[in-house]
Design a protein around this ligand. Structure first.
Ligand SMILES: Cc1cc2nc3c(=O)[nH]c(=O)nc-3n(C[C@H](O)[C@H](O)[C@H](O)COP(=O)(O)OP(=O)(O)OC[C@H]3O[C@@H](n4cnc5c(N)ncnc54)[C@H](O)[C@@H]3O)c2cc1C
Length: 476
């Protein structure tokens, strides 16, 4: 740690993340942020006040020892910093890029009060990329236990769970419904925000550690959870199947040609490699078309920015609350606006209109105002009677949230679930109502965040390990 005084540290300006110019990046799918250089990382780490009671650590859902890793970055000990993060976070290169730091670690930083929190996410990304570029080592495998675990779903919850289970010496097979691994990290979040190579490197590392992957394996279709436990002989099952079923608006015109869910739109672009220019599969054509995206979460920002890159013009986000309530990460909103996305707030769609061929031609938006606070603390949007705007649009993308896909749950009737069709599981262990079956991530919480899914996967891995060891002890 350098010998700067507290006053000097506080006076220093935050080190901005270098990013590609908006007019260049809006024409391709390459990553927007360039990442810190080592000098930038050290300079940013040197701003840390090293609080006696680090609130940033409390703000991190998986409790990464942020104070220590930032101290090591400041001292130029980047690989040691990577080890500190790895103790609690198995995907720092992903989390450094996509975590909502402003509501977590950075939001809790004492410097946030002055609007200058330490850029913990940028530092985490730097450290993770640095370690990966040097070719991080694969841990020595633990002694084999002879126990077999099936992990259903290869999103952050499944990946984190599989990593810790194989580390504990269990045999792990991941079953993934799609042909590509990584869950939302692969098919949802676009290349310009999270390069596919980073997710692929994480999967590759798991493969080298002995995890087996079966793609195109939809559990609940041919094999059920019961089959995994009985016919296939797995000793435990972890369900990390996410919440991938899109919600719709339930307004007239949703079946018109040109109306898509954000899931379909982003999945087509991501899994059919539109971002690489190599796709030979028909894509959603937005070139030169007027696009509207409903919603203002990360998914909506991703869909709008993807539409910009595919040539949509203009691309508008229509959101029913005010800018203060926008749930997307601050950075994504700023990037979207810089790339030309138009934010229209306090409006809600009431009707989609089309021509005689059934093609979308327009949307009627009702003007809204904010009323009393909702149960989640955000002010509830209320219609302004008789105030509408009619907008001509060719493509509409619905990004108002997702819920769990019922397929696996229908095939597992003895699994307790909530009214929202999420699985009931213990917060600390992921244990469900079905013996030997654990769950975590969006399937339990509903749509949440990568780090929360990952944390749940890791907690479940610990509980599964204990369950398997207790079972063995009981039988011997
Ligand atoms: C477009 C988009 C952008 C987002 N941006 C951010 C962000 O910036 N920051 C952030 O923190 N969070 C973000 N999120 C939320 C975050 O990605 C999720 O909370 C997280 O991925 C949940 O992880 P999971 O492992 O529970 O599920 P998922 O990532 O959804 O993975 C579940 C996997 O299970 C598979 N599966 C489903 N059913 C079956 C079955 N029956 N058999 C086998 N496999 C099955 C699915 O194909 C999928 O691969 C975003 C979400 C979306 C959709």
């Amino acid at each position: 740690m350098s010998d700067l005084s507290r006053r000097e540290r506080m006076k220093r300006a935050p080190v901005a993340m270098p990013e590609r110019a908006p007019d260049v990046r809006r024409t391709d799918f390459e990553e927007v942020n360039d990442g810190y250089t080592p000098e930038m990382a050290v300079a940013e780490a040197e701003r840390c006040l090293f609080c006696a009671r680090p609130t940033c650590v409390t703000g991190c859902p998986v409790g990464v020892d942020i104070l220590e890793f930032v101290r090591l970055v400041g001292a130029g000990e980047f690989l040691e910093a990577a080890d500190v993060i790895a103790a609690d976070n198995s995907m720092p290169a992903v989390c450094g890029r996509v975590c909502p730091q402003e509501t977590q670690c950075e939001g809790a930083c004492v410097l946030a009060k002055k609007g200058k929190p330490i850029h913990i996410g940028h530092l985490e990304r730097f450290v993770a990329d640095h370690a990966r570029n040097l070719g991080s080592t694969v841990p020595t495998p633990a002694a084999r236990t002879g126990k077999r675990v099936a992990v259903v779903g290869s999103g952050p919850a499944g990946i984190a769970c599989a990593g810790d289970l194989v580390g504990a010496g269990h045999e792990v097979t991941v079953f993934e419904a799609l042909h590509e691994l990584g869950g939302v990290l692969a098919y949802g979040i676009p290349e310009f925000r999270l390069p596919k190579a980073i997710v692929a490197a994480e999967i590759d590392r798991l493969r080298k550690r002995g995890v087996e992957f079966e793609t195109n394996a939809v559990i609940g279709m041919v094999d059920t959870v019961d089959d995994l436990l009985t016919v296939e002989g797995f000793d435990a099952v972890f369900l990390g199947v996410g919440a991938g079923l899109p919600r719709f608006l339930d307004i007239p015109g949703e079946n018109l040609i040109g109306v898509y869910s954000a899931s379909e739109f982003l999945t087509r672009v991501n899994l059919m490699r539109a971002y690489s220019g190599e796709s030979d599969t028909p894509l959603i054509d937005v070139q030169g078309k007027s696009v509207v995206v409903f919603g203002a979460g990360n998914t909506a920002m991703d869909a709008a920015r993807t539409a910009v890159r595919l040539g949509g013009a203009p691309v508008r986000i229509a959101y029913r609350r005010s800018p203060d309530e926008i749930p997307a990460r601050n950075e994504e909103v700023a990037h979207a606006e810089a790339e030309g996305v138009v934010l229209t707030t306090l409006v809600a769609p009431t009707e989609l209109t089309g021509d005689e061929d059934g093609r979308l031609t327009g949307v009627r938006l009702q003007r809204m105002r904010l009323g009393e606070s909702d149960t989640d603390g955000r002010r509830r949007p209320e219609p302004k009677p008789g105030e509408f705007i009619d907008v001509e649009v060719d493509v509409a993308i619905i990004a108002i949230g997702n819920m769990p896909n019922p397929l696996l749950l229908r095939a597992t009737p003895d699994l307790d679930r909530t009214e929202r069709e999420t699985v009931v599981a213990d917060v600390d262990t992921g244990l469900t109502s079905k013996p030997g079956v654990f769950a975590g991530g969006d399937i339990v919480t509903g749509g949440a965040t990568v780090i929360m899914a990952m944390g749940a996967g890791r907690r479940a891995a610990r509980a599964i390990d204990e369950f398997l060891r207790t079972e063995t002890a009981r039988r011997s």
